[in-house]
Design a protein around this ligand. Structure first.
Ligand SMILES: *[C@@H]1O[C@H](CO)[C@@H](O)[C@H](O)[C@H]1NC(C)=O
Ligand SMILES: *[C@@H]1O[C@H](CO)[C@@H](O)[C@H](O)[C@H]1NC(C)=O
Ligand SMILES: *[C@@H]1O[C@H](CO)[C@@H](O)[C@H](O)[C@H]1NC(C)=O
Ligand SMILES: *[C@@H]1O[C@H](CO)[C@@H](O)[C@H](O)[C@H]1NC(C)=O
Length: 404
């Protein structure tokens, strides 16, 4: 009897919510995405691709009321818990997690983080709250190779080893995204792509830096961890502030299309780092107007702009770039597809009841389970930097020791 009731309720939900094909769960994802793309105007796509977030100004991507599409927040951090949007379990910073040398710890931490992010999103959505750090699309993990202590935000990386970074990133991505065959719990976004931090041993402004990298070093040092992210199934990457051999990362077709899509087989979306696209004009002086910059980045494969400019993100020049013949409408439509596909896989256009992740609730935030995971991770992250005061009773005759 109970089973019949549940079946009845589910069927009812499918029929009432399924009036447009992009909401029809019997259709393939591709058909649904194509249907949706055919219903939005180029102007609407322009706005959707311009609102990746960034502080209170850049997002969320606005609602499309005539299609009953709600706003969407693309910018949630997820690196070590979800403290940016209120109470959350605080997990050790990424560098500490790397010091655990444990894919199991990383997986548990990212899973717990994802559960809390999703639980809060379910609450926010129910209360119609959209904005900064209120979404389920993550800007994590950070897989930059850290070779010099003076680079900024080193603590967010897994250190200097490409193999370790990639191995941990793989677990982190899978922990965030969850193991459901149909849905993604929260989507990962590996960053910052690429050569951020550079092979050079000289920290300079990461906003205007031109990383000079040989093809060999690029592929052996700066790409392997990103490749592991693709293998783990990440839905997103974030392109970095710097240039790579003269070409800004977010406008770098070799990186974002030839390598990332064609070679590594990535099919998701690329979001620009905060103001990275504006910086192509202001810091790199690589282009000198928004139309050329727009065309450069969209044609290169950057799907979503994370602008700090509320009035006029660079991607607001989309229609002008099309008019000027520098960007094709077809490219724009293709660029928007992974954005809507990701939202679909996160469950946005399906009946709520179909998706088990919609049942994660606020009681999971700072749960005893998650606190225990944080405690274990913290204990395993301890590193003895100096054996001061013979903290470890080691004999002086030992010159070097290896600890595993
Ligand atoms: C959903 O798609 C299926 C398969 O094409 C179709 O049979 C069904 O009528 C559609 N449902 C609605 C509510 O449009
Ligand atoms: C955060 O947790 C504290 C302590 O449990 C509680 O008093 C407070 O109301 C919580 N804040 C929110 C926004 O939930
Ligand atoms: C902008 O760049 C173009 C192409 O590099 C150049 O021809 C033009 O003179 C520049 N305009 C200004 C105002 O600097
Ligand atoms: C180092 O060890 C000495 C002797 O045990 C102690 O007095 C000192 O506080 C320790 N320093 C640190 C930084 O722990």
């Amino acid at each position: 009897m109970v089973d019949i009731m549940i079946l009845f309720v589910t069927t009812l939900a499918l029929v009432t919510a399924g009036e447009l094909p992009f909401r029809n769960t019997s259709l393939s994802w591709d058909d649904r995405v194509n249907d949706l793309i055919n219903r939005v105007t180029t102007e609407e796509i322009m706005v959707q691709m311009s609102r990746g977030g960034s502080g209170p100004h850049g997002g969320p991507a606005p609602a499309i009321p005539r299609l009953k599409i709600d706003p969407w927040s693309w910018n949630t951090e997820c690196l070590r818990g979800d403290g940016d949007s209120g109470n959350a379990t605080a997990f050790p910073q990424a560098l500490g997690l790397a010091a655990t040398w444990s894919t199991d710890v990383i997986h548990k931490v990212s899973e717990a983080t994802s559960i809390e992010v999703r639980a809060k999103y379910n609450f926010f959505r129910e209360n119609k709250q959209y904005g900064d750090h209120k979404g389920i699309s993550c800007f994590s993990p950070v897989v930059n190779i850290m070779r010099h202590p003076l680079w900024g935000r080193n603590q967010e990386t897994y250190g200097e080893d490409p193999l370790l970074s990639g191995t941990l990133a793989y677990s982190f991505v899978q922990g965030l995204q969850g193991g459901n065959p149909r849905y993604v719990r929260t989507n990962a976004g590996c960053k910052h792509m690429d050569v951020h931090g550079g092979p050079e041993n000289i920290p300079v402004s990461r906003f205007s830096f031109d990383a000079k990298v040989t093809e060999r070093d690029w592929r052996l040092t700066f790409l392997p961890a990103f490749k592991k992210c693709v293998e783990a199934g990440t839905y997103s990457f974030m392109c970095s502030f710097n240039r790579i051999n003269g070409i800004p990362a977010c406008g770098n077709k070799k990186l974002l299309t030839d390598i990332l899509r064609k070679e590594l087989g990535f099919t998701g979306y690329v979001v620009s780092d905060q103001a990275a696209i504006e910086n192509i004009i202001d810091y790199h002086h690589y282009t000198n107007n928004s139309i050329d910059t727009e065309a450069l980045c969209v044609n290169a494969g950057c799907n979503l702009e994370l602008s700090t400019n509320l009035e006029k993100p660079i991607y607001f020049s989309m229609l002008d770039a099309i008019k000027a013949g520098k960007l094709s409408k077809e490219t724009v439509l293709e660029s928007a597809k992974p954005l809507f596909y990701t939202r679909m896989k996160l469950g946005e256009f399906d009946p709520l009841k179909m998706n088990p992740y919609n049942y994660l609730d606020m009681s999971l935030v700072q749960s005893e389970d998650h606190r225990q995971i944080a405690l274990v991770a913290a204990k395993k992250s301890f590193v003895l930097l100096k054996n001061n005061g013979s903290f470890l009773p080691l004999t002086k005759r030992l010159k070097k020791i290896a600890v595993s």
